[in-house]
Design a protein around this ligand. Structure first.
Ligand code: ADP
Ligand code: SF4
Ligand code: MG
Length: 338
């Protein structure tokens, strides 16, 4: 909320608002980010804010795993696309090392330093192309590279060797191996930030943890920051430093992963935590909580987007959009914390 708003007496603020001076100490600053899409056709056409006033930042000298979690259709991938420059924000800003992403997009340094890892490694790679050629092509674009050395080094970082992948087509590898290879490719450019969108949801459950552990190691040993996007709170809890829970475009709760998941304050986080399924998180979450017919309805809802499902809903929730309230070290977007 801006300072001139009528509710200035209430303690509320955008999380981690940053001035120009602070910006250079930040690796990434996402500030009041909004993306509006038009959904549907004809009379059913409506505008939704797939990402609505999202604010968070990552420190430059303190690598961390920052998780964006929430059910399907909450705007997580749109945040990733905006940071990667695949989409243009409707309003708000994204700064990388103090510079607007819009101005950096296409710049070689930015493309090297911020690398995506996608959900489905079988779609990342062309089925007709040998997998090692991707790695060599990425390396070739780096003028300073010794031919082959970076490929070997980055494969070693993900626990693979050139011998294991050489001359193989994607179909000859497991999903886990292929996702490792796509991470190895991302590492060739020595990135500072990986944006990983549901990176393990297509991987065999038995291999998921090896990728999650790899992220931990990359953070600790290579000092790479990672934005981990997931609908799986179990892996989020295990791997993250901080977590932001998204609901219909908004971050409704953000803080350290222990605080948020051990003691969730927002009723939506409480619902998510209560729904953590055993033993196969991904499948059950998708089927039980992805209420797709509700999606547009909730996006268009006035007041709190969760008011239709919230066990603690009050009259004000249906009328006024809750602001971000700071509760100790975390932020909660809910009228209960006014
Ligand atoms: N290009 C687009 N055009 C219109 N609507 C979109 C587009 N991309 C995403 N959306 C909508 O924005 C909302 C958020 O989508 P997304 O960011 O993919 O969520 P998530 O990754 O959390 O599942 C969804 O309702 C989705 O249908
Ligand atoms: S603002 Fe109201 S409806 Fe929304 S989560 Fe809080 S109590 Fe529930
Ligand atoms: Mg997504």
């Amino acid at each position: 909320m801006k300072a001139d708003s009528k509710n200035t007496q209430i303690k509320q603020r955008r999380p981690e608002e940053v001035g120009v001076k602070e910006a250079s100490s930040k690796l990434l600053v996402v500030d009041d980010l909004t993306k509006v899409y038009t959904k549907g056709q004809g009379l059913a056409k409506s505008k939704i804010a797939a990402v609505n006033k999202v604010t968070f930042s990552l420190e430059r000298d303190k690598p961390e795993i920052f998780t964006l979690a929430g059910e399907s259709g909450s705007g997580k991938s749109t945040v990733a696309k905006l940071i990667l420059g695949f989409e243009v924000p409707t309003s708000g800003s994204i700064r990388y090392k103090g510079k607007e992403i819009a101005k950096l997009n296409g710049e070689k340094e930015f493309m090297k330093e911020v690398q995506p890892v996608f959900q489905n490694p079988f779609e990342t790679f062309n089925p007709l192309k040998k997998i090692h050629t991707y790695l060599y092509e990425t390396e070739k674009n780096l003028a300073e590279a010794d031919q082959g050395q970076l490929v070997e080094e980055s494969l070693a970082l993900v626990g693979l060797s050139l011998a294991e992948i050489k001359d193989k087509y994607p179909s000859e590898m497991s999903g886990g191996q292929l996702q490792r290879t796509s991470i190895a490719r991302a590492l060739i450019t020595n990135p500072s930030l990986l944006i990983t969108d549901e990176p393990v949801s297509m991987i065999d459950a038995s291999l998921r943890m090896s990728i999650i552990n790899l992220f931990k190691r990359l953070k600790e040993e290579q000092r790479v920051s990672i934005i981990y996007i997931t609908h799986d709170l179990a892996t989020a809890y295990y791997v993250s430093d901080r977590i932001a829970i998204m609901l219909r475009g908004e971050v409704v709760e953000m803080g350290s992963v222990e605080e948020v998941l051990d003691n969730p304050l927002h009723p939506y986080t409480q619902l998510l935590k209560a729904s953590i399924p055993v033993p196969n998180p991904a499948d059950k979450w998708e089927s039980e909580i992805a209420l797709s017919d509700l999606e547009t309805k909730e996006y268009l809802r006035i007041g709190c987007k969760f008011s239709g499902r919230c066990p603690r809903v009050k009259a004000i929730c249906r009328e006024c959009e809750p602001e971000n309230y700071q509760v100790e070290e975390r932020y909660v977007r809910c009228h209960l914390y006014r």
